[in-house]
Design a protein around this ligand. Structure first.
Ligand SMILES: Nc1ncnc2c1ncn2[C@@H]1O[C@H](COP(=O)(O)OP(=O)(O)OP(=O)(O)O)[C@@H](O)[C@H]1O
Ligand SMILES: [Mg+2]
Length: 157
């Protein structure tokens, strides 16, 4: 399944995250790719809002993993694997595998550096491109039928 959605501004990106959050479940994994400033963190704020996380969500760049424990719903884990680029595979398992298969929703930036921990048959994969007019193109794809309702909903908008 695949859909392309245009976001005209920050608010639309947050709303998209909020909407997608309603279709996530324990063990959901979202990979997030896109250039610097594309909107990965903004989108993650929208997911957090949709999951009823009250804590402020910001970039995990200096922490490979940020955990948002949530009294009101699913926990959210935000991984930025950028700093694992040059780490040998055998040293990468710093507990990320437990988180990814864990009790909440996991968003992963720079997933290509931790591919071995991700089941791409199950994940929801998002790429954000910056258009010439500064709008954002969200390319959302998944092979996992657990997201078919989500794709139906996104199609109907
Ligand atoms: N439609 C849009 N959706 C999201 N952000 C937008 C949009 N239009 C403009 N912006 C701007 O783009 C920037 C997105 O920043 P954000 O931190 O979310 O990007 P990022 O992909 O996480 O970047 P980085 O790779 O540096 O972590 C913000 O400055 C925001 O105001
Ligand atoms: Mg970011």
């Amino acid at each position: 399944m695949k859909i392309i959605i245009i976001s005209k501004n920050v608010n639309e990106t947050i709303s998209l995250g909020e909407k997608i959050a309603k279709f996530l479940f324990k063990g959901s994994v979202i990979t997030l790719n896109g250039d610097l400033g594309a909107g990965k963190t903004t989108f993650t704020k929208g997911i957090g809002k949709g999951l009823n996380i009250k804590e402020e969500i910001n970039s995990p760049t200096f922490n490979i993993l940020k955990c948002y424990f949530n009294k009101n719903g699913l926990n959210m884990y935000h991984i930025d694997a950028y700093r694992l680029e040059d780490v040998p595979n055998e040293n990468k398992n710093i507990g990320l595998e437990e988180v990814i298969e864990g009790d909440g929703v996991t968003l992963i930036e720079w997933d290509k550096f931790i591919k071995e921990f991700i089941d791409y048959d199950l994940s929801l994969n998002i790429e954000i491109l910056i258009n010439e007019d500064n709008t954002r193109k969200f390319i959302i794809e998944s092979k996992n039928n657990q997201y078919s309702m989500l794709f139906e909903e996104l199609k109907n908008d």
